[in-house]
Design a protein around this ligand. Structure first.
Ligand code: NAP
Length: 473
């Protein structure tokens, strides 16, 4: 068993204390012990952060640290990948992809650190002409970052990278089930020489630490990724602090009558099942023009039947276990509910925490696999009469993260874009497309605020105005 010395990092030091086991998701065995923080230690973390934030390292120094973190994580890739695969249950290709992305996000954040700029404010009109005004952007101060289990390297990078780039001190709380990836990232910051207090790590259950983390008036910014329910709670407790909330979704991808159906099926079979469907932008619903339904279902069925579910450490596995056997049970129940009304159902058998990829055709419009967030390897296909009907279906739901659209009609793409109430539309790819430099975020119950280092750095700084009264000689 790999023993991680600590999960508690305060004021530049790893601390000891009572520990909690981390479990391998497939084998359901203990793989590490991690020190858990107490609510009092969360308060101490905030105190250290407040003190650290009083002397912000220069931009070039912050950029150097972030670049160094990227290099250190890459050079320790094999260990980080193995920890990640065990604690998440995701495959090696998911792990390597996320580590690559995390390193890139830290490098993108480094670039933003040296580009932070305010603007000149043109003042005119009677009595103002002699004044020169401009803003500089200053760090907000203390940022709390709360991460989910399903992207424990890249989500942490999307929070910690921009926060440090902006000159803030950060308290990071990873998901209770996936602390090792966060520990590995924090260790890279430690080795890169980030000054004490600029990054603190507190592991433990959100239900125990949540109230100490959220609601302290010294925290000026909360960056949270997770479920809509917890996001709502954080929003209610955050008071006057700003929030960036990346929340749930039941993302849809539209397939128009003019689409390349083979390309759509290939993309959906990747984006619907990778990470066992535990991705906020996973393709959960495919809304396909009725004239292409049979062709799409046949192409998807072929691909889904070829996907192998099982041990993520086995190189032939495409779909690993769900994060928790209870989640696999829950999703299996939703599938059997949908089976009762679906025109066709493929896969979906459960073995412990592993759920075989499932494809459901035309389940009842009110079934949970369509209405709620399934967060499992389950894709439902629903026929539509035209794109406008698909847009209405998406807009009438609770969520609004990203949507995909396969079409060869540029006018139809633009009409869809104008009407859809989502954070982003991806044309000729699925809802799951994500480049780390792009602005990324949702609307409605999918949250607010945008990820992407450039946008997050902007949000994690305040504009401070100076007006110089320069009377003419
Ligand atoms: P979750 O249960 O909401 O947990 C997210 C984080 O919040 C965890 O660190 C959790 O700690 C913590 N937390 C729980 N209760 C809290 C409280 N009262 N106060 C403060 N923090 C608290 O979400 P998850 O199951 O880890 O992740 C899956 C969800 O994340 C899905 O809904 C998915 O759509 C969403 N997600 C969204 C995006 C996006 O970009 N929009 C990206 C990824 C994931 P514990 O682990 O200890 O409970």
């Amino acid at each position: 068993m790999a023993v991680h010395p600590s999960g508690l990092y305060l004021d530049g030091e790893w601390r000891t204390g009572p520990t909690k086991a981390v479990t391998d998701r497939y084998r359901q065995e203990r793989i590490a012990e991690v020190v858990e923080a107490t609510p009092r230690q969360v308060e101490q973390a905030i105190e250290h952060a407040v003190r650290a934030a009083e002397s912000v390292p220069p931009a070039e120094e912050r950029a150097r640290t972030l670049r160094d973190v990227a290099e250190r994580m890459e050079s320790d890739a094999e260990r980080i990948v193995r920890d990640y695969m065990s604690e998440t249950g995701f495959t090696r290709s998911d792990a390597e992809n996320e580590l690559r992305r995390a390193a890139r996000i830290y490098r993108l954040s480094a670039e933003e650190a040296i580009r932070i700029a305010g603007e000149q404010v043109p003042l005119s009109g009677p009595g103002h002409a002699s004044r020169l005004a401009f803003t500089v952007r200053v760090p907000v101060g203390v940022v709390v970052a709360i991460a989910p289990f399903n992207a424990p390297l890249s989500t942490v990078a999307h929070k910690v990278g921009p926060a440090i780039a902006a000159g803030n001190a950060v308290i990071l709380k990873p998901a209770d089930k996936t602390p090792l990836s966060a520990i590995n990232a924090v260790q890279a910051f430690h080795e890169a020489g980030l000054p004490p207090g600029f990054l603190q790590l507190v592991c433990g259950s959100g239900s125990v630490l949540g109230d100490a983390l959220v609601g302290d008036p010294r925290v000026r910014f909360y960056t949270f990724t997770g479920s809509t329910g917890v996001g709502r709670r954080i929003s209610a407790r955050a008071g006057l602090a700003r929030t960036q909330l990346e929340l749930g979704s039941n993302s849809a991808t539209l397939v128009d009558s003019t689409a390349d159906v083979e390309a759509a099926a290939a993309a959906v079979s990747r984006a619907g099942y990778r990470k066992a469907g535990q991705v906020c932008t996973s393709v959960q619903r495919v809304l396909v023009h009725r004239s292409r339904l049979d062709e799409l279902v046949a192409a998807l069925e072929r691909r889904v039947e070829g996907l192998v579910a099982g041990d993520p450490f086995d190189a032939s596995t495409d779909v690993g276990p769900l994060i928790d056997p209870r989640e696999a049970e829950r999703a299996a129940e939703w599938i059997s509910e949908a089976r009762r009304t679906a025109a066709k159902a493929v896969g979906g058998d459960r073995s412990g925490p592993v759920l075989a990829p499932a494809l459901l055709v035309e389940p009842d419009r009110d079934s949970r696999v369509l209405r709620d967030e399934v967060f499992a390897p389950v894709v439902s296909v629903v026929p539509i009469d035209d794109l406008a009907q698909g847009v209405d279906m998406i807009n009438s739901g609770a969520y609004g993260l990203q949507s995909g659209l396969f079409t060869s009609d540029v006018n139809a793409a633009f009409r869809t874009f104008r009407r859809l109430r989502v954070g982003g539309l991806i044309v000729n790819d699925t809802s799951s497309y994500h480049a780390d430099e792009m602005p990324y975020g949702g609307v409605k119950e999918s949250g607010h605020g945008q990820e992407g280092p450039k946008y997050a750095v902007h949000d994690m700084t305040d504009p401070r105005l100076i007006v110089l009264n320069l009377p003419e000689a």
